[in-house]
Design a protein around this ligand. Structure first.
Ligand code: TXA
Ligand code: MG
Length: 349
């Protein structure tokens, strides 16, 4: 059996294909869809070491990976995503020890690493003088954002690469983050070398980003690790919704995660000409409904958030609806991250 090709994507069977054929395929701008088995992971690791871009699953969202020590490869991430500025990227490691060889951890970072890694927490720490990560990865800052993802094949890939992997979410800039390989393909097919398909992401929103480079811990982005759990581990955290924090974490700025239909928050009624993103018992009367969690569970809702925004955007446009109405979500647990992403989805463009 030869490789299966659909659209602009090539599915490489587990037993592989001729390398010369594959490079010809990549040169023509095709994207390999790899399984998350040993063969797929070793192919993906080889591509990353060679400076190519490979999307891979993590517990939060799919990341668009590049060798973080290779500035050309990292520049490729910004080009593929159409990211307008060189925002700093998160470096992914297979262990806390590996991460802390590149940044300087203090006592808080050690406690958090023990409590949360592998897991959906990113910490920003000072770079070590001998840190081999390309300056472009951290947008020239003297700090670096590091994390160890809790994901079987993601970790296997990081181990196989043997270098830090820079990875923003694997979507075109400003669009909704991908939680399946199909979402990645929809935005980046033909622009990246490969995707490791590991199925849907279980957390569904990005990692929490916590700045530990100063005396006070600052929450730069709410995410998969809850503020409550972080504060239980290290004490009070400053919430970073200040202009200074926004500058320190450019991903916090303006419209982001945006579907093409307008988004209306905290809906208490819904029209037949609107799509509804429901939390808890759905409001009646919408033109289309996607339920984040029927029983009001914020973890379940986070895992379904980006899928729901995409589904309603597609369905709403198909039906000619005027926008997406979103029911209120509480600010507790993963609700904080969900509300943050929804506010960005609703922000003026
Ligand atoms: O869950 C996640 O974090 C995913 C997966 C793939 O790991 N990655 C992700 O990366 O969401 P990205 O690039 O979309 O978001 C990184 C965030 C941005 O808000 C960026 O500004 C911030 O982290 N960041 C990165 N390095 C930073 C630094 N040195 N100082 C302050 N903020 C930083
Ligand atoms: Mg992103």
């Amino acid at each position: 059996m030869g490789p299966l090709t659909f659209g602009n994507t090539r599915f490489t069977p587990a037993f592989g294909a001729l390398p010369c054929l594959l490079s010809a395929v990549i040169d023509r701008g095709m994207t390999e869809l790899l399984r998350d088995d040993e063969t797929g992971i070793s192919r993906a690791a080889g591509l990353l070491r060679d400076g190519a871009l490979v999307a891979f699953g993590t517990e939060t969202v799919y990341g668009l990976g590049a060798d973080a020590t290779n500035a050309d490869a990292v520049a490729g991430i910004f080009a593929a995503k159409g990211r307008p500025h060189f925002n700093p990227l998160i470096c992914h490691y297979d262990s806390a020890d590996a991460a802390f060889r590149h940044v300087v951890p203090d006592a808080r970072a050690q406690v958090l690493a023990a409590a949360f890694w592998p897991g959906p927490l990113t910490v920003v720490l000072p770079r070590r003088d001998d840190c081999p990560v390309a300056l472009l990865t951290g947008a020239g800052l003297d700090t670096l954002a590091v994390r160890v993802p809790a994901h079987r094949s993601g970790l296997a890939l990081l181990r196989a690469v043997g270098r830090p992997v820079a990875a923003p979410s694997a979507n075109r800039s400003g669009q909704v983050s991908p939680t399946t390989a199909a979402h990645v393909l929809a935005g980046l097919e033909g622009r990246i070398a490969a995707i490791v398909d590991s199925g849907p992401c279980v957390v569904g929103v990005e990692s929490t980003v916590l700045d530990l480079s100063g005396p006070q811990a600052v929450l730069l982005r709410p995410g998969g690790a809850t503020l409550e759990a972080i504060e239980a581990a290290i004490g009070p955290v400053v919430q970073g919704a200040t202009p200074g924090a926004a500058l320190r974490s450019p991903g916090l700025l303006s419209s982001h995660y945006a579907p093409s239909l307008p988004v209306r928050l905290n809906a208490e009624k819904v029209g037949a000409d609107e799509a509804l993103l429901a939390f808890g018992a759905p409001l009646s009367g919408a033109g289309a409904t996607f339920s984040l969690s029927a029983n009001g569970d914020t973890a379940e809702a986070a895992a379904r958030l980006f899928e729901g925004l995409r589904a309603l955007d597609t369905e709403g446009r198909r039906l000619g609806l005027r926008g997406i109405a979103v029911m209120p979500v509480p600010a507790t647990g993963l609700g904080l991250a969900i509300r943050d992403r929804l506010q960005r989805a609703a922000a003026p463009r």
